[in-house]
Design a protein around this ligand. Structure first.
Ligand SMILES: [Zn+2]
Length: 102
């Protein structure tokens, strides 16, 4: 019996071994792995977005440098990002106060 590879866009034909075996779904290990990757693509994108979330409101320079630190603990990244943000807004506030006195 012949079936078609279950991976999207692959139309290779699979010769199924007759008998009580479980049918082969994919034509090759490569297709089997690619299909697995396709199924988990959304998950990986969500993880990637969550990793980038602490940097989203920074400019590219700062987000680049923070990412380059390669901190594995997302909490550390978040704390660092928060501290930098607070420093900046305090500096801006001080400057505004000085300006308003001039
Ligand atoms: Zn295939």
């Amino acid at each position: 019996m012949e079936t078609e590879c279950a991976r999207a866009y692959c139309h290779n034909v699979i010769q199924q071994v007759p008998g009580m075996h479980r049918q082969r779904q994919y034509c090759s290990n490569r297709c089997r792995m690619e299909a697995y990757r396709d199924r988990h693509k959304d998950e990986r994108r969500k993880v990637e977005q969550a990793k980038n979330a602490p940097f989203n409101h920074f400019g590219w320079r700062l987000s680049h440098e923070l990412k380059a630190l390669n901190l594995s603990d997302p909490d550390k990244i978040k704390r660092l990002a928060d501290a930098i943000e607070r420093e900046i807004s305090e500096q801006v506030e001080i400057r505004l106060r000085i300006q308003s006195r001039l």
